[in-house]
Design a binder for this molecule. Sequence first.
Ligand SMILES: Cc1cc2nc3c(=O)[nH]c(=O)nc-3n(C[C@H](O)[C@H](O)[C@H](O)COP(=O)(O)OP(=O)(O)OC[C@H]3O[C@@H](n4cnc5c(N)ncnc54)[C@H](O)[C@@H]3O)c2cc1C
Length: 392
Amino acid sequence: MFELSQDHEDFRAVVRDFAEKEVAPNIAKWDAASYFPTDLVPKMGDLGLFGLVVPEEYGGAGDSGDFTSLCVAIEELGRVDQSIGITLSAGVGLGINPILTYGTEEQKQRFLPDLVAGRTLAGFGLTEPEAGSDAAASRTRAVRDGDEWVIDGAKAFITNSGTEITSVVTVTARTGTNADGSPEISAIMVPAGTPGFIVEPAYHKLGWHVSDTHGLTFEGCRVPVDNLLGEPGQGFKQFLKTLDDGRIAISALAVGCAQACLELATDYAKTRIAFGRPIGVNQGISFQLADLAVMVEGARLMTYKAAWLKDELHAGRRSVAEVKHAASIAKLYSTEAAVSATRIATQVFGGNGFMEEYPVARFYRDAKILEIGEGTSEVQRMLIARGLGLPA
Ligand SMILES: Cc1cc2nc3c(=O)[nH]c(=O)nc-3n(C[C@H](O)[C@H](O)[C@H](O)COP(=O)(O)OP(=O)(O)OC[C@H]3O[C@@H](n4cnc5c(N)ncnc54)[C@H](O)[C@@H]3O)c2cc1C
């Protein structure tokens, strides 16, 4: 696979146009104010971005969409702004996907049409103050009391969990103990506004200022037992599967970041004059840009190979193990490439690169989290090594 289909490229042009018109003119001001642009979300919904992997009966694209298209959309939004890209990536990967994959028909009918239309957003809370990479160390508990779960605990850093239009957050919680003594972890949907579900104030973040991120506290929070998502005790496994797709999406976000840096820094190197000539004449600059172009190419190829494998898995032609391995490889390479790309671009811009008036400064701040969220680089290396058959 050396190029995307014409349909994918046509779709890319549509999303690029949207990002240039709706996001680019506003993003500096939104970023400076850490403002979440609620009104943008239904516009993204109108474009079909939240429904690319969702069947038609829930308002999605059905057979005319696929995971590759979702990655194209995330890359193109991410090329203009990473926060908007992650809003889509998390909205689909962490919000819609678990409900679509594990939900009952009633749960799907209840939540998906609004989520797909961009009228609402959903989040997924796995991480806790003391359980991130080691997610199995989760302490949040859900105890059954008659027809209800009573949830107590805390979640950290949950994307899309506190917007005005957040309808539900699915959280993992200990619901018992397995026969081998390990905690039984289940996933439970907690609708926004449920008493005892407390959305903490927004974090003061290094980057992703326009993305919504909150800590969540649960104090005697009661939801109906029917809010269990999927099988009891399968919450952890379900979430790990959800993360495989999320990693490819983050990889696409990283490609958008690196692509933006390549374009911005190349243009600047052609026009910025020092010592009487454009700085791009110097090999100290041009070789860095050449390296950046190689990184973008590598990251894009790995990302779309993983996305293609995911679509092939959906069609029953590839295995879960192949997708997992490709997803971790793509995520590791692309996110590290994006961080390097922002460093190179900022350096090419010199002092201007340190100024918020220039988008490279925002990309520089935004890139770091790519190496951390949805499994750190170290976790990806562990998974890749495991995929090679090395002992866990
Ligand atoms: C802006 C933002 C948005 C997020 N959104 C969500 C969300 O929507 N839902 C959600 O559930 N989570 C979310 N997260 C959480 C994110 O997934 C975690 O931060 C991430 O998984 C790392 O966990 P941690 O922060 O606890 O770091 P830790 O697990 O404490 O790791 C600290 C460091 O130790 C390293 N490390 C840990 N164990 C090992 C080991 N065995 N070998 C080598 N190195 C190791 C890690 O790689 C890392 O470098 C978000 C985080 C941020 C910052």
